[in-house]
Design a protein around this ligand. Sequence first.
Ligand SMILES: Cc1ncc(COP(=O)(O)O)c(C=O)c1O
Length: 402
Amino acid sequence: MNLSTADDNIKRRIMTINKRISGLQEDNLYFYNQPVSELRGGARVLINGREMGMYASYSYLGLVGHPRINAAAKEALDLYGTGTHGSRMLAGTLKLHNELEETIADFKGMEAAITYTSGYATNLTTVSTLVGRQDYVISDKFNHASIVDGCLMSGAKFLRFNHNDMEALENRLKQCPTGSTKLVIVDSVFSMDGDIINLPQTVALCRKYNAWLMVDEAHSLGMLGKTGRGIEEHFNMPGAIDIKMGTLSKTIPSIGGYIAGSKELICLLRHTSRAYVFSSALPPAQVAAAKAAFEVILQEPWRVEKLRANGGQFIRGLKDCGFNTLATETAIVPVVTGADEVAFAMTRYCQNHNHFVLPVVSPAVPVGQARLRATVTAAHEPDEINQAIETISAAGKEMGVI
Ligand SMILES: Cc1ncc(COP(=O)(O)O)c(C=O)c1O
């Protein structure tokens, strides 16, 4: 298609985003999609020829590049090759897939688990398999885009409640007709804010109103609970959640997503969820890496403890400098800058001083709530974290944020 002759909404969308991106690039304020060319130890990376401390990682326990996980992936590659024979339901299932799913079910304290090729696809397919046009799906306003998209795709009546506001959740539950099917979905740790869902009250409300509860544990796996098992362990509420979703791409240094639940639920998903039935299986090396990572988490419990200590140090340090870090209680620390431009300028300062942080701006977060989404992992050392705090603080002072 010749873009110059079209004059329609698609062309306008293309031009609008291209203009915004090229404007940022011209002002040297574009920081997305930068390629990492090397891992340099646990918490350092080489980007564009510059070695930087990594403060934007999702590898919360510092497992990317772990030798035992790498070895498991190489072994699977030698045994099975790089791909599978198709979709899981047909010829694509390997013994390794089943072993990974058993490992996940065990780790999450559920009867069974099923895996998909991404966390995004997991939410999309699970929500749209479980609820339909006659049903109600109730979602926290700060839930991840993949949950929102799953809710929209399901065709269910989609009700959203104010972030972590239990009165608002109860009002939504009351709004659903008696006897209707209700699915409540929440993130465990919110990916842009780092705060934790009020699980005790969410569970109590779901029981009171006879609603199913699905929790996305993308950011609580490895992060919450004494042994990193997640949000139920954090609140000491075993058996509280009906449907546990998680990813294999953050704490677990692989790719994919999972649902853990009852045997019957998993049987339904295994035979009717479209991302399982109509999409090819996870590749062997990634499956083996994921399985080994769950084992490493249990074998190296110091990682979970260190992550907690590092998160605490990072939050305290930034707050002491005068930053607004919202309600975070985890190693995901928003450093609120207000305007998008301020977030971009602070990012440039930090990256010029060899600390890799990234800005999150609208529409990913509400207008006026732009921020650096900074993270620490179990791979950081306390003196490295202090240096990062100093750099972010200097950036904040330069931009008048603190
Ligand atoms: C809360 C949440 N759920 C789901 C996903 C999607 O997971 P994946 O990256 O594995 O597709 C993400 C990833 O960004 C996330 O933050």
